[in-house]
Design a protein around this ligand. Structure first.
Ligand code: T1G
Length: 723
C-alpha cells in the first residue's frame, strides 16, 4: 500500500539535516538528498541556522548536541564545490566564505557543548564544522579521513580553518596539513590533536551521546580546551614562528615554482591572523578566499576535480552494462610494473596470483611488493601490521594453476609483440569465459594483441603508469571488438584499486603516450639545436611540469623511449620522427637512471647529480645556444596540446574531459592549467592556432594545427562551453 508523505514529511525528507532530541541531547543528523555525499550547500546552511536558533532558544530540555551523518562513507565532504562555478567576482567568493564563517561561529558560540561524531570523510568545510564543535570523536574506519584539501582546489579554507586549526594543534602541524591537503585517518588525527577520541563505527552515536552528557556535566574537558585561543607555546619563541613560515614558504616555492597562488596566500593569511582575535583572522581568511576562488588556477583545479570524479564514476558503455565483481586477479610478469599492479590490487583487498617464468623471479616480484609497502609504512601511509595482511593476498608462482578463478588477468611481460602473443595464448589455455584479459602494454595496439586471442572480445588494454603505487591514472584501451562487460569490469577494477580510469579507443600510443611522444621528440630536437639540458628542463618545470623532459628521458629509460619512439614514428612519421639524439645515447649504452648513465650523472645512491656535459659531444652539438624560455615552452607545450586535440578529432578520446584527466594524471600536464583542452579554452583556440602557425612557419609542418583546433578558432568554440 503506497503511503503518500504529508507536506511536512516531504519537506523533512528533502531537508539535508534534521534534529531529534533523545535523552536531553539534540541529535543533528546530516543526510543530503540526491547526493552520494554531504556537502555544505546553501540549503544546509539555512537548515542549520534554523536548528541553531532552536538550540539557542533552549526550551526543549536540550543540554548538549551531537552532529552525526546518516550517509555511509562521508560526514561532510566540504563546501559544495559546484557553487564555485557561480562566483563571478572576488566579492562573491568572500560572501560565500563569510556565510560559512557566520554559521560555524554561531555553532561554536552555542552555550551547550557540541560533539562532532565523525564517520567517513570530514574534509574542507566538513573539518571546519568539526573544529567549531567542543569535542570531536572519529571512527577507526578506513573511510574516515580528516583534512583541509582546499589548496588542491586553488583556494584556502574559507570557513574558519585558517584560524581554528593553528590555534588547536599549533602552527607547524596545521601548515603541514593545509599546505599538502593530506587526509588523516582517525588514529592519526587523534595523535595530531585534532580529534579527542577514536571509536569503532557501530558505537559512534552511543559514545558521542556519552561524551556530550559528560561535557554538559563538566565531567569531561575537551583536550584542545587548554590550547584554544593561543598557538602552541613553543612556537611563540622569538624567531621560531618566522623560521617555520620561511621554511614552509621555501618548501612551497621549490614544489610549485610559485605557479600556485593559494599556498602562498595561505601562509600570508595565517601569519597575519595568528596574533589577532579570531574574528579579525576570519576577515583576512574570507578576503583571501574570495580573491583565490576566481583565479584561473582555482577554476582549472575545480574543473579537474569534477572531470576526474566524473571519469571515475562513469564508463563509456551502454546504460545497464553490468561490470563483474573483481575479487581475484592474476598478473603475468613479476617485473617492476607487474609487482606494482599486484601491490595496489592486494592493498584494495583483491587476492593476486603473481606469475613469472621461474619461481625465483615471481618471488622477487613479491619482495618488490613488500619493499613498496614498507616504504609507504615509513611515510605513515600504511600501518606496519597491514603489510603482512596485504602481501598474504599475493601468491608468487611459476604455474598457471588457479588462473581459472581469476576475474581479471593482467599481462605485464616485456614489450615485445610475439612474446605477448605467446603469453596470451598460454593464459587463454587456463582461463574461462568470464575472465577479462588485460595487457599492460604502453604502445602496442590492442588490436594487434587481440589478433592472437581465441576470445578477442575479452582482450583490453590496462595501461598503468610507473610507479604504479603513486601514479593515479589507469588508461583503459578498447579495440573494436572489446565486449562492453569487459570495459565496464576493467573500469570498475580501476576504481576499486583507487585509480582514476579513463577509457580510450585503440590507436598507436593510445592517448597518454600519443601526446607525450611529440613533446619528447621536440625536446630531443632542441637538444640537437644546441639548447642545454638545464635550460630545457627549467623551461618546462617553469611551465608547470613536475619534471623536465630530459630528466623524464632518464627516468623512463632511454631504451624504452627509443623503442616507443620507433613504433610511434612508424604511425605518425609527419610529426614524430625521432631525432638521432636518442639513437646515439642508446648506442653509447646510456639507458638513463636505471644504469646510472644518461643525460645526467648519478651518485652511488642512484640519485641524479648534474647534467653530463660529455653528452653534447656524443650527440654532435659541441656549441650550446640559449633560446627564449617562452619559445621552448611553446614548442614542447603546444606539441602536446595539438596532439591531444587530434586524438579527440580521431575518436581515440571519448571526451575532452577524459583528455584533461589523462594528461594531468598520466603524464604530468600542469594541473593549474586544467589539462590541454581546458588550456585551449583558457587562452582561446585562436591564440593557440596563431602560435602554432608561427612555429609551423619557422620549424615546419609538424606544428600544423589540428583541423578541429582551426575550426574551433574560426567558430570561437570551446571544449567546455559551460566553463
Ligand atoms: N562538492 C560537490 N560535489 C562533491 C563534493 C563537494 N565537496 N565532494 C564530492 N562531490 C561529488 C563528486 O563530484 C561525485 O559526483 C560524488 O560527490 C561522489 O564523489 C569552506 C570552500 C568526499 C572523499 O575537496 O575528496 O570545503 O560524479 O566519486 O570516491 O573551506 O569526493 O557522483 O556526480 O569522489 O567516495 C573541500 C572533495 C571542498 C573534498 C568521496 N572538500 N571530495 O570520495 O566519491 S572546498 C574536498 C572528495 C571547502 C571550505 C572550502 C571525495 C570524497 P558524481 P566521489 P568517493
Amino acid at each position: 500500500m503506497a503511503t503518500t508523505l504529508t507536506e511536512t514529511e516531504t519537506v523533512a525528507a528533502a531537508a539535508p539535516v534534521r534534529m531529534d532530541v533523545e535523552d536531553g541531547i539534540a541529535i543533528i543528523r546530516l543526510n543530503q538528498p540526491g547526493k552520494p555525499v554531504n556537502v555544505i550547500s546553501a540549503e544546509l546552511v539555512e537548515a542549520m541556522h534554523d536548528i541553531l536558533a532552536r538550540l539557542e532558544g533552549g526550551g526543549e530540555g536540550v543540554r548538549a548536541a551531537v552532529i552525526i551523518s546518516e550517509k555511509k562513507g562521508t560526514w561532510i565532504a566540504g563546501a559544495d564545490i559546484e557553487q564555485f562555478k557561480d562566483f563571478r567576482t572576488a566579492a562573491d567568493g568572500e560572501h560565500a566564505s563569510r556565510e560559512g564563517q557566520k554559521l560555524l561561529t554561531r555553532l561554536e558560540r552555542l552555550v551547550m557543548p557540541t560533539v562532532a561524531a565523525i564517520d567517513g570523510a570530514a574534509l574542507g568545510g566538513g573539518l571546519e564544522t568539526a573544529l567549531a564543535c567542543t569535542y570531536r570523536i572519529a571512527t577507526d574506519s578506513s573511510k574516515t579521513k580528516l583534512g583541509l584539501p582546499e589548496v588542491q582546489l586553488g583556494i584556502i579554507p574559507g570557513a574558519g580553518g585558517t584560524a581554528r586549526l593553528p590555534r588547536l594543534i599549533g602552527l607547524a602541524a596545521s601548515l603541514d596539513l593545509m599546505l599538502t591537503g593530506k587526509q588523516l585517518e582517525g588514529r592519526r588525527a587523534k595523535s595530531a590533536g585534532i580529534v579527542d577520541e577514536v571509536v569503532p563505527a557501530p558505537v559512534l552515536l552511543r559514545e558521542a551521546k556519552r561524551a556530550a552528557l559528560d561535557l554538559a556535566n563538566g565531567k569531561l574537558k575537551p583536550s584542545g580546551a587548554r590550547r584554544r585561543g593561543s598557538p602552541k607555546f613553543a612556537e611563540n619563541l622569538p624567531g621560531l614562528r618566522g623560521f617555520i613560515l620561511r621554511k614552509a614558504r621555501q618548501g612551497v616555492m621549490s614544489k610549485t615554482h610559485g605557479l600556485y597562488p593559494a599556498p602562498l596566500k595561505l601562509l600570508e593569511v595565517i601569519d597575519r591572523g595568528l596574533d589577532k582575535p579570531v574574528d579579525a583572522a576570519l576577515e583576512l581568511e574570507a578576503k583571501a578566499f574570495g580573491e583565490l576562488a576566481v583565479t584561473q588556477e582555482a577554476r582549472s583545479l575545480v574543473h579537474l576535480f569534477f572531470a576526474s570524479t566524473a571519469a571515475k564514476n562513469s564508463a563509456p558503455v551502454p546504460e545497464g552494462t553490468k561490470p563483474k565483481d573483481v575479487d581475484h586477479i592474476a598478473v603475468v610478469g613479476a617485473g617492476f610494473m607487474g609487482a606494482g599492479i599486484a601491490t595496489v590490487s592486494a592493498e584494495s583487498g583483491i587476492t593476486v596470483r603473481l606469475k613469472d617464468m621461474k619461481h625465483e623471479a615471481a618471488a622477487k616480484g613479491l619482495r618488490t611488493a613488500r619493499e613498496t609497502l614498507v616504504k609507504r609504512a615509513r611515510r605513515k601511509k600504511l600501518k606496519p601490521f597491514q603489510i603482512t595482511a596485504i602481501t598474504d593476498r599475493v601468491e608468487a608462482t611459476a604455474e598457471y594453476t588457479g588462473f581459472h578463478t581469476a576475474d581479471v588477468v593482467v599481462e605485464a611481460v616485456f614489450e615485445e609483440l610475439s612474446l605477448k602473443h605467446s603469453v596470451i595464448r598460454e593464459i587463454e589455455a587456463h582461463i574461462g569465459e568470464g575472465t577479462v584479459l588485460g595487457s599492460n602494454t604502453s604502445t602496442i595496439p590492442i588490436t594487434q594483441l587481440a589478433a592472437a586471442s581465441s576470445r578477442p572480445e575479452h582482450v583490453i588494454g590496462l595501461h598503468f603508469f610507473s610507479p604504479v603505487d603513486k601514479m593515479p591514472l589507469l588508461e583503459i584501451i578498447t579495440h573494436a571488438g572489446t565486449a562492453d562487460w569487459v570495459t565496464a569490469t576493467s573500469h570498475a577494477y580501476g576504481k576499486k584499486i583507487g585509480k582514476t580510469p579513463i577509457v580510450v579507443n585503440d590507436s598507436p600510443g593510445f592517448f597518454a603516450n600519443r601526446i607525450l611522444t611529440p613533446y619528447m621528440a621536440e625536446a630531443a630536437t632542441l637538444l640537437e639545436e644546441g639548447v642545454s639540458i638545464e635550460d630545457l628542463d627549467r623551461a618546462m618545470t617553469g611551465w608547470g611540469y613536475p619534471v623536465g623532459p630530459v630528466t623524464l628521458y632518464d627516468e623512463v629509460g632511454l631504451d624504452v623511449a627509443h623503442k616507443a619512439g620507433k613504433i610511434m614514428a612508424e604511425a605518425f612519421a609527419d610529426r614524430m620522427t625521432p631525432s638521432t639524439v636518442i639513437d646515439r645515447m642508446v648506442a653509447d649504452g646510456r639507458l638513463g637512471r636505471k644504469n646510472g648513465k644518461g643525460f645526467f650523472k648519478y651518485g652511488s645512491d642512484g640519485k641524479k647529480t648534474e647534467a653530463d656535459e660529455s653528452v653534447y659531444a656524443l650527440i654532435g652539438v659541441p656549441q650550446r645556444k640559449s633560446m627564449d624560455r617562452a619559445e621552448i615552452q611553446d614548442r614542447l607545450g603546444l606539441m602536446m596540446v595539438n596532439e591531444a586535440v587530434r586524438t579527440l578529432e580521431e575518436g581515440v578520446l571519448h571526451s575532452a574531459r577524459d583528455g584533461d584527466v589523462g594528461a594531468v594524471m598520466g603524464i604530468g600536464f600542469p594541473p593549474f592549467r586544467g589539462g590541454p583542452f581546458w588550456y585551449v579554452d583558457t587562452v582561446g583556440a585562436a591564440n593557440v592556432v596563431e602560435r602554432l602557425r608561427a612555429l609551423e612557419q619557422k620549424h615546419g609542418k609538424r606544428f600544423a594545427p589540428a583541423k578541429m583546433l582551426v575550426d574551433y578558432a574560426a567558430d570561437g568554440k570551446k571544449f567546455f562551453p559551460e566553463g
